[in-house]
Design a binder for this molecule. Sequence first.
Ligand code: XLS
Ligand code: NI
Ligand code: NI
Length: 438
Amino acid sequence: MGEFFSAIPEIKYEGKNSTNPFAFKYYDKDRKIMGKTMEEHLPFAMAWWHNLGANGVDMFGQGTADKSFGQAPGTMEHAKAKVDAGFEFMKKLGIKYFCFHDIDLVPEADDINETNRRLDEISDYILEKMKGTDIKCLWGTANMFGNPRYMNGAGSTNSADVYCFAAAQVKKALDITVKLGGRGYVFWGGREGYEFLLNTDMKFEQENIANLMHMAVDYGRSIGFKGDFYIEPKPKEPMKHQYDFDAATAIGFLRQYGLDKDFKMNIEANHATLAQHTFEHELRVSAINGMLGSIDANQGDPLLGWDTDEFPCNVYDATLAMYEVLKSGGLTGGFNFDSKNRRPSYTYEDMFHAFILGMDTFALGLIKAAELIEDGRIDNFVKEKYSSFQEGIGKKIRDKSTTLQECSDYALKMKKPELPGSGRQEYLEAVLNNVLFK
Ligand code: XLS
Ligand code: NI
Ligand code: NI
């Protein structure tokens, strides 16, 4: 329709020498890398909440960006205008997926029956918009943290009534996700955690969260949802202690409660750093457990201790992330820009600049990660580093065909081992720079 962003052209790839602010410099969707196109490697998604909702409001001041799209906020007209704007935006950028919380799509009513009716209406409208495009839902979720009823959590609440409301929201969000062809369904445990241990039954709360997830899996499968459920780990904010602290914690939880076959991780870069990990660490932990599903692409600020949700610009980090993604064989989910413009970047142009930045950053990360793999120096080093396990006693350890007694006899005969080979960190960092800047 070109109604909202008529001043902005369709964004095309023009190459690294282009100075056109409305062109990709690195994201060349048809370029093949390691046997797949960039578009196949990087299923990018728009986050409904940030892109069509967030207006820059913060604890100290009002919004700076006008996201009314010509309609009064809180109305269905506004909800539909957001759909129109969102589709125009995605088409102009060549983005094929979107992610949503239920109440990003429609204003929540006092009566959940009315909210559900609005969700039916808007999802019909979105389905209509999807026709003739190849835009689909990457994942859906239910906002179970904003409304005051969730002050003590959703699955972890002390109120059975509130728990049922959470269940009703999950059910409806699953319905809409399936209706819109979603690849996944996310549980981000916003308020699933606690502030004060002495008023909390932690075991009880975790069991209830797991039960809610089991019911969601049973229901989802019963309506034909074949995709993955995801946990999106985050250590804190809003709660002081969140039960899904990081990937290792979430994976342990899923295994404990028998949910590991249906769930994978949705790893958000900024949540990784809040957990005092790197993004690539969280990706590796998920991948080696067969649970790397999807990514919330953003970045935090090392000087700020909260979820700043910045658009990714750090190519070094994106390269290390894409190295993990390529090594794991790619995502079954996608790259959702759970990112927002900075408050003073309040214009429509800025929304496009932000996505061009994020998409080009991940494109560069992909190009450089593939070069790192093709270069081979890092892989060769790692292989060599553990080579003492390829034969002799090392091989027996790997084959589980030795005993503590035999290892001990071996050591005593040796009297003193040689030092392990050097870790060569500085050399490998130089290799990385060499590949990045060649
Ligand atoms: C908040 C989370 C949230 C999830 C979806 O920090 O990142 O936006 O991605 O509920
Ligand atoms: Ni997120
Ligand atoms: Ni987040």
